[in-house]
Write a protein that binds this ligand. Sequence first.
Ligand SMILES: [Fe+2]
Length: 184
Amino acid sequence: MALEQLIEIVEGVGAGCYGTELLQEYLRKFVLDEIPIEEYCQWSMSEYTWQPVHRSERAELLVLCWQGNQRTAPHAHCGSWGMVTPYRGSLVNHLFEKTSGGRLKKLCQQTHRPGDVFLLKAEDIHQVTLAEDHQQEGGRISIHCYFPPLRVCADGGLEDGTELSCPCEMLHDSWSEKWLVRSG
Ligand SMILES: [Fe+2]
């Protein structure tokens, strides 16, 4: 299996030709077979990084690189759903709900190891942190697919104006910048 095959499946899921089970199976296999993705990996001391691998109107595939104590803020995905798998090192996915007062309440958290695949529903509010993994040295890597690609939110957050960190604008800017660099 090669990266091109995974991209083909991601596009097929985005187009509605394949189900999420197939994508889950391919993501797991991709990680367990240790398909090389080093060319997409780069780490930053200041924050986690995301590298575009593929993007179309329907879907995108990103590689995220983490180290130290890096984490996302709690955020929503503005209508995109996604699938994520740790590639190197384990991640913890924390789910939140909004209270009637507009605050965030933690619902649960789950640790995922390389090859585990977890689904992010379009309406989920979540945060990703690194699991304590004493056997894992060096930077962590995870693979993320979004349908459709993460977009800039018109209101900078959730529809009702709840103050959530929204990564979409930042992601979008980064995408443009990195895409131009890669294309050039
Ligand atoms: Fe997210």
